[in-house]
Ligand binder design. Sequence first.
Ligand code: MD5
Ligand code: FE
Length: 203
Amino acid sequence: GRERIGAQSVVLRGYALPAARALLAGVDAVRREAPFRHMVTPGGLPMSVALTNCGDFGWTSDARGYRYTREDPRTGLPWPAMPEAFDTLAREAALAAGFPGFAPDACLVNRYQPGSRLSLHQDKDERDYDAPIVSVSLGMPAVFLFGGHERGDKAVHVPLFHGDVVVWGGVDRLRYHGVLPLKDRPHPTLGSVRINFTIRKAG
Ligand code: MD5
Ligand code: FE
């Protein structure tokens, strides 16, 4: 099913299920090369969500701020290649949501454990806001907060489940969003973890 949550954003329920094995193998390949880590915000606090990246560019946070880099700051090596399954799924989902020609070059992989949360923020570190962002959820369910263009705007709660894909673009691309603290509702195969990866055009 397809649920419109904004003028140019849509939840594609279960869209990633046929590719779930390949996508999880991709996450494993990425994390063997670039392990999940808790990055520190410019304010000095470690994030409760652990993350890694793949593709030409990866998102980084440290005392100096937020930015995309070509190398993993842990090793100085390029981020792992984007798994084929990520790239294919992202292009197909973008097309299905009305964004033909999506050419991603970055993927931020988030790992949530029970209690992990993502406070309201905008994704503003990418070079061009015309490209959509494709998000894939695997493992435990989460409640996504979808706000407006001002931090104080009322946010709607959107539950996201294993296999759901969300595409954001156009007028919705800079809306505030976040994730409520994760409840421990173990997934039958993945256990007490949620993986969310967002495929983007950053460079
Ligand atoms: C997550 N991740 O579930 C969320 C879902 C992130 C992040 O927010 O930055 O890694 S992806 C939600 C998202 C991404 C880009 C734009 C918008 C939402 N939006 O315009 O609402 O780990
Ligand atoms: Fe975000």
